[in-house]
Design a protein around this ligand. Sequence first.
Ligand code: C2E
Ligand code: MG
Ligand code: MG
Length: 681
Amino acid sequence: MAENASEHVSEVVENELRELELYARNLTDEQIANPQVSIDLFSTVREKNTYNNMSITSLDGTCYTKDGNQVNVAHREYFQKALAGKSNISYLLPSKNDGTHVNVYAVPIIRNDQVVAVLWASVKTENFFESLGLSGFEDYGRIFLINDEGTLISERNMTDDSYNFFEFISETGTPNEDSLNAMKQDFAAGTDGYQQFCYSNQKIYMYYTNMRVDDWWLLIRIPKATLWTFVAPQVNVVLAVSAVLAVIASIDFVMLYLHVKKVNNKIRKNAYMDNITEGKNDLYLKYNLASYLNGESQFALVSLEVVNLNGLVNVLGIQTVYQMICSLYKKLEEKMGLGEVVVHSYFGEFKLLLKYTTVESLLKRIEQIDAVEAKMDFIMGVYPIESADVDYEDMCSYTNVAKGNLLPDCRYGIYTKELHKKEVEQVQLEESIKEGIAKQEFKAWFQPKYAMDGKNIIGAEALVRWYKEDKIIGPYVFIPLCEANGLIREIDCLVLEDVCRNLQQWLREGKNPVPISVNLSRNYLDEPDFIHRLENIIAVYQVPRHFIEFEVTESAMVGNEKKLKETIDALHNRGFKILLDDFGVGYSSIKTISDLHFDTVKIDKSFVDGIGQEQWDNIIQYTINLSKELNMKIVAEGVETKEQYEFLVKCGCDIFQGYYFDKPMDEPSFSALLCNVTTHV
Ligand code: C2E
Ligand code: MG
Ligand code: MG
């Protein structure tokens, strides 16, 4: 029973912390900067989770309670742990607001790998105790949660926040010393056990079991007398040595056994219940999988994941998203056949165990699930289970591999050995890129931009190349992966640094450099400190700002216009020019572009490729006219022929970039061009 309870407690605590972490990730900079105003945000979640309070705390420990009181929690251990980046739960504390006894969940709010504030939520300790599902034990005696130093974490009615179990026992007198030492030894070794203690003229048994949360222990205090009431009937029966009574005794034993089983089931039920859907959870599937895989049918494990969950929470609020998840769970449950099961394993992720006979029947089954009407978009990763011996965690990681490799035009992917191989290669590539970043193997190449006369170089674009051993690798090999794993930020910074280093060198050599445009990936444009990072790099090399421009692709704007506008304004205010790259590939209107104050629009190569066909010619002319009206300059990229160049000149295009003039080149070749501008037309 205690083992079940231990698993359940860790599940409850982990779920709460994960939920808070999700909140922390979704907080806007404004909300973090104004913790006092943000209190109202939490009213729904406070109610749902019966939190006593919930608050954002600044780095100096200042926070506000729901009643508007300002308190400081800088010295609280939970706050300090969260500051150090660790999500955690406190032991029993008197609330700084009203003295209520609470336990506090605390998680770091992280932006750009730095803790910028702490989000915490407090629960009245009696509610906390209740939520852990420990009440089932109370039939036996008093239950405590303590840590391995004896500090009280929770007890239903305990209000003494300085209570320490070890101190309490020590103070009762010497007869308990041996038991206490034995107990401490067990704690140190992480071994469950029990000891007999004596206090208040009572003999008591103290059973203890190690919990899976931090250094927590569950203590069950059973007075010897109570224990006796459990076993006395049986003992009396034995003493009476009566055959008839022996029968009754065995009935008593059966009753005791049934009682234990009932309590055990109650705990198990809690342990397997998902808090959001009130259906089954991941633990259920993990521990019952073997009983489903009966050997008679083939099974597939499917991970179904709601996409853009953070966005949904931001737009609709957590409460609505909870309801949507519950409704999706019910719909999926309706689709389950005999011997199949669905669980809600993690916020927005479901696992389904489906039966199938042939690959065709499996695909049919997946398509049935795919057709489930849901208000949320989702993707699925399917792992056809090869053997019941495969570890559950491995099965889950195979479904994740499948999710990362969706079939063309499908919302699902199916795990195969080839995918596994690809995955391994990706991991190797990622490691190798990380190494390359550390060794600064990523360098800028330069592709000149020409003025309308086709003679004067008036700028250049920096394009990254990876100098890996004796090879020079182009961006298509590593950029998609780096955009997915976030390493692109490091690469862009290395390119900017290389550009600055070169500009500094050219200026020192007395050359006449031109502005260089550096590509910024959309992935980090909304991160608050990235502009500082760019500025710091530029400051180190003391490059005048008009030599640096930034290119942002059109796809960066999707659903992100407000934030992007702020970023672009901030860059403008610091004296940088901004180009809209690949214009025409996305769907943004000229109006959106003008609202965003781009200085220059770069017409994508795919437009230029269309030159010579009437409708493309018209589109290009129209785009150029409009951009001019909005006071933006026009660059055409991917200009490969004389005809394209001449047509663009006729349309009034200002700047030209493409193989017709120059391919991207390394620094020595480009710097040679800088001193010696030649005619190309
Ligand atoms: P982009 O920013 O649109 O860069 C233009 C790409 O078109 C470059 O390819 C360039 O070599 C190529 N190009 C230029 N003129 C012509 C032409 O006349 N014909 C043809 N066929 N191609 C031409 P590259 O260097 O392979 O870069 C590809 C993309 O990779 C870039 O497209 C950009 O999206 C990304 N990229 C390159 N360097 C960086 C970087 O430092 N940071 C980031 N975030 N992305 C980069
Ligand atoms: Mg570009
Ligand atoms: Mg481009």
